[in-house]
Ligand binder design. Structure first.
Ligand code: FES
Length: 59
């Protein structure tokens, strides 16, 4: 996935910002919300963020 691809349109949060948040310790959607603001407006991106977390987070 392209680091510049927007995942959250409302808050202009690209994939790279979510990947960086995971690298910095984010493990849940709530962590991503806290660190990037993604998902705080319409909520339409939450499913995609969850999919990204499933791929990136080592549980
Ligand atoms: S697209 Fe993320 S809150 Fe609307």
């Amino acid at each position: 996935m392209d680091r510049d691809e927007f995942i959250c349109i409302c808050k202009s949060v690209p994939y790279g910002a979510i990947a960086d948040a995971v690298d910095a310790g984010a493990q849940t959607y709530e962590d991503i919300l806290e660190q990037t603001g993604a998902g705080s407006v319409c909520g339409g991106c939450i499913e995609r963020i969850d999919e990204i977390l499933d791929r990136l987070v080592v549980r």
